[in-house]
Design a protein around this ligand. Structure first.
Ligand SMILES: C[S@@+](CC[C@H](N)C(=O)[O-])C[C@H]1O[C@@H](n2cnc3c(N)ncnc32)[C@H](O)[C@@H]1O
Length: 270
């Protein structure tokens, strides 16, 4: 089994995705989507951004490596009555089912960054984008003080070191790496722009319950808990995460959670 696929099919990412809908739709509203635009949403999950893209009239193909998320995405599109939004399984490192220059816009919000072989990912995104088209990526930022980088920092203290040669997905949040990867795919540096943006996770339950959602449903955090459990440290991991989630929570309602996270928005024009 491909470990990248196994990681994201583990648990149920839709439980986390449900807390990302508002910012997902707000981000899509800024992408200049017009009726009939051909959009590829790569690493689409269950459609947090793909569904709003389709609602704005784009013809959307969502591609994701996790079969359970593809199924969930197709279920959501059907429930919304969207006939212009389909989801299919695929790997961002090798989009062999997709023709060259076939999309006006390729969107990947916290998606393609999680695929291995980042140079292949950049090459594939560029290949399927038509000349004059755009690629928009949202990438978490390594070492950032906000939630996602801090979850990673805490979790990594409880897990064995990654295998030799492992390339951290978080490097997609570093401008110099993004430039190097897209330049190698044939994009001129002048055609790459960066924007520091924020994405807000909202829940209708308190931060401690949100930690439990990550613990029980989010593949990377599930793995951290499994490793911590083996060393008798699961309680410590839980406590550290609860302190983190509580400290980042901006909601004034104690029964809710609202956490804003910084990310790097990358736009490439072909
Ligand atoms: C953090 S989730 C984000 C999902 C969605 N874009 C969102 O904003 O809700 C990362 C997604 O990337 C997908 N993914 C990871 N590696 C991938 C790969 N090699 N090819 C395609 N999708 C991949 C995962 O299955 C997962 O759905």
């Amino acid at each position: 089994m491909n470990p990248n696929k196994a990681l994201w099919e583990k648990g149920d990412f839709t439980q986390i995705a449900q807390t990302m809908r508002e910012s997902g739709a707000a981000l899509v509203a800024q992408l200049g989507i017009t009726e009939g635009l051909k959009v590829l949403d790569l690493g689409c999950g269950d459609g947090t951004t793909a569904i709003p893209e389709a609602k704005l009239g784009a013809t959307v193909l969502g591609v994701d490596i996790a079969s359970n998320l593809v199924e969930a995405g197709n279920g959501r599109a059907k429930a919304e009555g969207l006939t212009n939004c389909t989801f299919q399984e695929g790997d961002a490192t090798d989009l062999h089912d997709l023709k060259d220059q076939s999309f006006d816009l390729v969107v990947s919000i916290f998606g393609a960054m999680f695929a291995p072989k980042p140079f292949d990912v950049a090459r594939e995104m560029v290949r399927v984008t038509r000349p004059g088209g755009r690629i928009v990526m949202g990438n978490w930022i390594p070492g950032d003080p906000t939630l996602v980088a801090q979850i990673l920092k805490i979790s990594s203290a409880y897990t064995p070191p990654p295998p030799e040669g492992f390339i951290s997905p978080m490097l997609w949040g570093v401008e110099s790496h993004v430039i190097e990867r897209f330049e190698q795919a044939g994009v001129a540096k002048e055609n790459i722009t960066f924007l520091k943006d924020t994405f807000t996770f909202n829940t209708s339950y308190p931060p401690s319950e949100y930690v439990n959602k990550f613990k029980n449903y989010y593949g990377p955090t599930m793995n951290a808990f499994e490793a911590a459990e083996k060393n008798g440290k699961a309680v410590e991991l839980q406590q550290e995460l609860e302190v983190l989630f509580n400290s980042q929570n901006k909601s004034t309602d104690k029964n809710k959670t609202s956490i804003s996270v910084n990310f790097l928005r990358v736009t490439i024009t072909r």
